[in-house]
Design a protein around this ligand. Structure first.
Ligand code: PGA
Length: 251
């Protein structure tokens, strides 16, 4: 039986001013107060991290950022370091989201550098992978994921990756309302775990949490979570409203 603690994560993307973020976070803290046996995380935009951290202090909800830059500090206008995120109260950081890859030219190599920086800065990376619709339709899902995982985790030792979280987000399911079926998602999660087994060993492969993301909603979360290799969800649109996200957290 799996000993992995489920993780339900909300990715707020580029939504919410500071005051909107604070009020949503406050509502979530209340509604998630009774949740047990699972971890809950929200990732607001950078500007809201610190004020939201004050709302989350002492609660069951953790804070994460949506990206980071790998350098420690320096003349890198517009960038944010791991230490800055930690000082704003973050425990987690999302890395390699498909929107970053698609619109901001992130590659497996830059994703790898970001994961290194996160781990060095004692942040837990939520490392996103996923195939495009075209890749799925042409039967390349597994080869695309194999490459993303191998390159993203290149030169790490198993002991570095004990806390790593992976998020499988098929690009065709993000924000489209088209969720992968629980069987489709399970098939990929099982494949990802077998890759981890080959490169990092059985023990780590069994302990790393693999989240599913892509149009997760209150009405499909339970079925997804019923799959043996799905250890949580990375939720975009449905995490923006505290009641809706709370329903997902309480699946
Ligand atoms: P969605 O986004 O839930 O709105 O599909 C998921 C994500 O991009 O993390």
């Amino acid at each position: 039986m799996s000993t992995r603690t489920p993780l339900i994560a909300g990715n707020w993307k580029m939504f919410k001013t500071c005051s909107e973020a604070v009020s949503t976070a406050a509502a979530l803290v209340k509604s998630a107060a009774d949740v047990s046996g699972r971890d809950v995380l929200i990732a607001p935009p950078y500007t809201a991290l610190y004020p939201v951290s004050e709302v989350l202090a002492g609660s069951r909800v953790s804070l994460g950022a949506q990206n980071l830059f790998w350098e420690k500090e320096g003349a890198f206008t517009g960038e944010i370091s791991a230490a800055m995120l930690a000082s704003a109260g973050c425990r987690y950081v999302i890395i390699g989201h498909s929107e970053r890859r698609q619109y901001f030219n992130e590659t497996d190599e830059t994703v790898n550098r970001r994961i290194q920086a996160a781990l060095k800065g004692a942040l837990i990376p939520v490392f996103c992978v996923g195939e495009s619709e075209q890749a799925r339709d042409s039967g390349q899902t597994f080869s695309v994921l194999d490459k993303q995982i191998k390159n993203g985790l290149k030169s790490f030792f198993a002991k570095d990756l004990e806390k790593l979280v992976i998020a499988y987000e098929p690009v065709w399911a993000i924000g489209t309302g088209k969720t992968a079926s629980s069987r489709q998602a399970q098939e990929v999660h099982e494949f990802l775990r077998s890759l981890l087994d080959k490169s990092l060993g059985r023990e780590l492969a069994d302990s790393i949490r693999i989240l599913y993301g892509g149009s997760v909603k209150p009405d499909n979360i339970a079925e997804l979570m019923g799959m043996p290799d799905i250890d949580g969800a990375l939720v975009g649109g449905a995490s923006l409203n505290a009641d809706t996200f709370s329903a997902i957290v309480h699946y």
